[in-house]
Design a protein around this ligand. Structure first.
Ligand code: FES
Length: 255
């Protein structure tokens, strides 16, 4: 008789020192039950969690990531959790683009007095990850790693870091010309920048190994060549990709 082993998710939790970590402590002291699925990393603030940490965790096979911070308005550094929220928004979009269910990442708030809430959040998130199953099991590991690497390049790019860091300023104080920017306009700008950066990062990674034509790149990323071409041109103009030969009628590019 075959015995089925129940899937025990491996979850990484970034806990803010001032609220959530103390909340976790209280959960322990109060003996609130929660599953032993969480590996904790204590950070000084949820705003300290670099998006690259989260993507690296997924690359290494973690099934889910929790970022827990102080409630809005209670951050010890005033706006750290505000930045965490913006970063998580970008991260979830990138996970989606990389073919990873964004529900594998959660951002929530736990105060030092909320031991019970901490235990409930860990329990509920564990159940969610159990329902989603082990990360990357059904996917091609190599391709998944490449997609996550592309996402990591995006969160490390100056442009996206700058944009995410300026959201509040641009909405409340206006853009570089002092023009007020609505939330919708900002979100649309962020979305188009993230999508373009992600695609360009993938093209750079794909052409790092071997020269590819636009048609071949398009087939690798599952898009029409006419949609990929402007990005190849932009990368060529930026000096990040270069034509290294012609096969038939097709120029081949390499990064
Ligand atoms: Fe807790 Fe900033 S100090 S979220």
């Amino acid at each position: 008789m075959t015995e089925t082993v129940e899937f025990e998710p491996r979850i990484l939790g970034f806990l803010c020192n001032w609220c959530s970590y103390a909340g976790a402590d209280l959960a322990g002291v109060s003996r609130f039950q929660y599953p032993p699925t969480l590996r904790v990393i204590r950070v000084m603030c949820s705003g300290r969690v670099d998006p690259a940490f989260v993507l690296r965790a997924f690359s290494r096979g973690i099934d889910g990531v929790m970022i827990l911070g102080c409630h809005p308005g209670d951050c010890h550094y005033a706006t750290g959790n505000y930045y965490a929220r913006n970063r998580v928004k970008v991260l979830k979009r990138l996970l989606e683009l990389a073919g990873v269910n964004p529900d594998r990442l959660v951002l929530d708030w736990v105060s030092a007095g909320e031991g019970k809430r901490f235990a409930t959040l860990v329990h509920d998130f564990t159940e969610r990850i159990k329902a989603l199953g082990p990360f990357g099991l059904a996917q091609d590991r190599e391709e998944l790693q490449e997609r996550l690497a592309a996402a990591r390049r995006v969160v490390e790019s100056e442009q996206i870091r700058w944009l995410v860091g300026r959201e509040r300023e641009m909405i409340e104080g206006g853009d570089v010309y002092g023009q007020a920017v609505s939330q919708e306009t900002f979100d649309a700008l962020l979305e188009s920048s993230v999508v373009a950066e992600y695609l360009r990062s993938r093209l750079l990674l794909l052409t790092a190994g071997r020269p590819l034509s636009v048609r071949e790149m398009a087939s690798e990323v599952g898009m029409a060549p006419r949609l990929v071409l402007p990005h190849v041109v932009a990368l060529e103009q930026a000096g990040l990709i270069a034509m290294v030969g012609i096969e038939g009628n097709s120029p081949k590019y390499r990064s």
